[in-house]
Design a protein around this ligand. Structure first.
Ligand code: OMP
Length: 306
């Protein structure tokens, strides 16, 4: 999958991932109304509304981008109907040829991580049958529990040719509370970055590893250091747009081959219709507004990569 991701980025000249993070309040009224008229103002109604919202957005952007990143929390809040919307979104995006990064941020003791890895990236056996349950292409993983929490994911990545993005330096304001703490004179995120490079050696694709890293767009100085620490890792860069990350700061996240990073925007794309810049589309054409926002983001990043 890392090879497919890299090829799609090159082919489209678009190191962009769109985050499918649908809060119900983002879903235009007409979409909510249609879902509620069928299912009522229920969890099922919410699930249907977010699924229809995603589908329209995906239909408008799938040909422009290599990948999407559905954030599972946005679906999970609606219980089982929300999870059904998550699964429909994953399946639909894969049908459209998109690489799907499940933003599930898992990680636990080894035996529990093994179950997470099987459920999201691998297979489960039920009697004589084997199933790929959620079947995303990549998952985000939290490294706080150390190597034994990561190893089960590596095993599944090897077997299935799928990948993970490990949190190294997150984009949020408090990320430094723990991640920047100095240990033997070096910040914790550097230690984690070194482990990502080491784990990644075990699961190499053609030029990049199946083991990538998450480094927020909001910390470009650290991004520069981490790029060198993990030369073979694809860096997933959230924090562009709604969190204030700017294209001009993102050049250090890329390698000299112009690859090696993929920049995420969620609200900046899926809520584009709410921005003044895209107001001319109107709420009915929210999908077209998202398309224009993707085109603008790709252009913006081109200027950053030089
Ligand atoms: O793993 C992530 O994707 C992630 C890591 C991080 O450091 N910061 C971060 O914002 N994210 C996710 O990236 C998305 C950012 O959304 P926007 O701020 O709306 O573009 C959300 O789904 C976050 O959960």
């Amino acid at each position: 999958m890392i090879n497919k991701l890299m090829k799609q980025i090159e082919k489209l000249d678009a190191p962009v991932v769109v985050g499918l993070d649908p809060m119900l309040s983002y879903v235009p009224e007409q979409v909510q109304k249609a879902a509620f008229s069928e299912y009522g103002e229920t969890l099922e109604g919410a699930g249907e509304a977010i699924w229809q919202y995603n589908k329209t957005i995906v239909d408008n952007i799938y040909d422009l981008i290599p990948a999407v990143k559905p954030q599972i929390a946005m679906y999970e809040q609606f219980g089982i109907p929300g999870m059904i919307a998550y699964q429909k979104t994953v399946d639909y995006c894969r049908e459209k040829g998109l690489v799907v990064i499940g933003d599930v941020k898992r990680g636990d003791i080894g035996s529990t991580s093994a179950a997470y890895a099987a459920g999201h990236l691998g297979r489960v056996t039920v009697g004589a049958n084997t199933f790929s349950a959620f079947n995303e292409d990549f998952a985000t993983v939290n490294p706080y529990l150390g190597s034994d929490g990561i190893k089960p994911f590596l095993e599944v990545c090897k077997a299935e040719k799928k990948g993970i993005f490990i949190l190294v330096k997150t984009s949020n304001p408090s990320s430094g509370e723990f991640q920047d703490r100095l240990i033997d004179g070096r910040p914790l995120y550097e230690w984690v970055g070194e482990k990502v490079a080491e784990w990644g050696e075990e699961v190499m694709g053609d030029t990049y590893s199946y083991v990538g890293a998450v480094v927020g767009a909001t910390y470009p100085e650290m991004g520069k250091v981490l790029r060198k620490v993990m030369p073979k890792a694809c860096i997933l860069v959230p924090g562009y747009g709604a969190q204030g990350g700017k294209a001009k700061d993102l050049a250090p996240y890329f390698n000299e081959d112009g690859l090696g990073a993929i920049v995420n925007s969620s609200r900046g794309i899926i809520c584009a219709y709410k921005q003044e810049k895209y107001a001319k589309f109107g709420v009915e054409a929210f999908g077209e507004a998202s398309r224009q926002a993707v085109i603008d983001m790709i252009e913006d990043l081109k200027s950053a990569r030089g």
